[in-house]
Design a protein around this ligand. Structure first.
Ligand code: FMN
Length: 205
């Protein structure tokens, strides 16, 4: 089916089909003001994550976080790869999205939860949309040292998967970034829907 070409344009992005503009406006900036984030505001992001759907309502997501300038910050920050540290240094909050690999019920052996990552991905997406809705931004990162992140967060690898790090901050101008990051401070585009949605059977690339 060809694009209906009547979707919204926002944030330098155009949708082919009609969607809420929040999906275009949410993006992953690296330039942050560094201002403190009130705890009550951060809880509103986790509250959004709380209402994500999950298999059997297991809610396997866990978040370990630190506000910049607190003693909890350094261990979480030090687990990031070098490429992310220069800009995350100006974030307000650094979190790790972690999933519990198991379904745990009283008086029963834990059983594997096949959708622990899928469900935690949904929770992170809700968090990111809520952050944008409040005038903040959440930027996901795979660029962290896995063993160090397990150690820093206190989440043993046998039980938990560290899905991503998340920098949360209030966006500001690209000129505040170290030079090497400035050119990339632009919202990215996407492949068309036809590239990934197929009726009946997976199509060719
Ligand atoms: C799981 C995950 C890992 C990512 N890793 C990094 C990272 O290590 N460093 C970084 O600067 N951005 C990282 N990103 C951001 C992506 O590059 C970004 O989401 C993608 O280019 C789409 O852009 P947008 O979020 O602005 O729409 C990551 C995003 C996700 C969801």
């Amino acid at each position: 089916m060809p694009p209906s070409a009547n979707g919204p344009t926002a944030n330098g992005r155009s949708a082919d089909h009609d969607i809420d503009p929040i999906f275009l406006n949410r993006w992953s900036p690296r330039a942050f003001t560094g201002e403190a984030m009130p705890s009550a505001l951060l809880m509103r992001l986790f509250e959004a994550a709380r209402w994500a759907p999950s298999a059997s309502n297991i809610q396997p997501w866990r978040f370990v976080y630190a506000h910049r300038g607190t003693p909890q910050w350094a261990p979480l920050f030090d687990a990031l790869m070098d490429m992310n540290q220069p800009w995350v240094a100006q974030a307000s909050v650094l979190a790790y999205a972690i999933s519990d690999r198991f379904r745990r019920r009283p008086d029963r052996e834990p059983t594997e939860n096949r959708s622990h990552s899928f469900d935690t991905g949904a929770a992170w997406a809700y968090l990111a949309l809520q952050a944008h809705h409040l005038g903040w931004a959440a930027h996901g990162m795979g660029g962290f040292h896995v063993d160090a992140a397990h150690e820093a967060t206190g989440a043993p690898a046998a039980d938990y998967r560290i899905e991503a790090a998340i920098a949360i901050g209030r966006p500001t101008g690209a000129e505040t970034l170290p030079e090497s990051y400035r050119a990339r401070e632009i919202p990215s585009n996407r492949e068309p829907v036809a590239r990934f949605a197929f009726e009946g059977r997976l199509g060719g690339a």
